[in-house]
Design a protein around this ligand. Structure first.
Ligand code: AMP
Length: 150
C-alpha cells in the first residue's frame, strides 16, 4: 500500500473538530506524512479582502473576531505539533479554498468531519460533500455521530 505523504486537516473549530484533528494527527504519524492545517474564515466580514486571501498568523489586527480565529489555529497547531508555517488561515468560501490549497500544496489526503457547523441537517455536510466530489486527492470524512452534537 502506498503511504500518504501530505495530509491536510480542514478544521472549522467546531466542538467535534478535536476528534477529527486527532484522527488526522494519528494518520500523519502512521504514514510519517507531513500534516498541514487549514481554516477558512467565512463568518467575519472583511471588506478589503479578496476570496482566497491568506491571513498572516503573526501580524496582529484590530479585529477581535479575527484574532480569536488566529488564536484557535495557533493553539491547535501547538496541540498537534504542526509547524505554524504549515498552518493556513484564509478568507473565502471553505469548500473552494480547501480544494485550492490541497491542489497547490500537492496534498494527497484531505481530512474533514462528516459534519461541521453547517451540516447538522444533511446526511453529509455541504463542505464535506463538495470536497468529496471535487477534490483531486483522497478525502477522509471522519464520521461524527449525532449524539456528539451539543
Ligand atoms: P460542513 O460540511 O460545513 O458541515 O463541515 C464538514 C467539515 O468540513 C467540518 O467538520 C470541517 O472538517 C470542514 N470545514 C467546514 N467548514 C470549514 C472551514 N470554514 N474551514 C475549514 N474546514 C471547514
Amino acid at each position: 500500500m502506498s503511504h500518504y505523504r501530505h495530509i491536510l486537516l480542514a478544521t472549522d473549530f467546531s466542538k467535534q473538530g478535536d476528534y477529527v484533528a486527532d484522527k488526522a494527527k494519528a494518520l500523519a504519524d502512521t504514514h510519517q506524512a507531513k500534516l498541514s492545517i487549514v481554516h477558512v474564515i467565512d463568518n467575519i466580514p472583511m471588506p478589503d479582502a479578496y476570496y482566497g486571501m491568506v491571513i498572516s498568523l503573526t501580524e496582529a489586527s484590530d479585529d477581535a473576531l479575527l484574532e480569536a480565529e488566529k488564536a484557535k489555529l495557533i493553539n491547535l497547531s501547538g496541540r498537534l505539533n504542526v509547524d505554524l508555517a504549515d498552518c493556513c488561515l484564509l478568507w473565502g468560501i471553505p469548500k473552494q479554498e480547501i480544494i485550492n490549497i490541497a491542489k497547490q500544496q500537492h496534498v494527497d489526503l484531505i481530512v474533514v468531519g462528516s459534519h461541521g457547523r453547517h451540516g447538522l441537517a444533511l446526511l453529509l455536510g455541504s463542505t464535506a460533500n463538495s470536497i468529496l466530489h471535487y477534490a483531486k486527492c483522497d478525502v477522509l470524512a471522519v464520521r461524527l455521530k449525532e449524539p456528539d452534537f451539543n
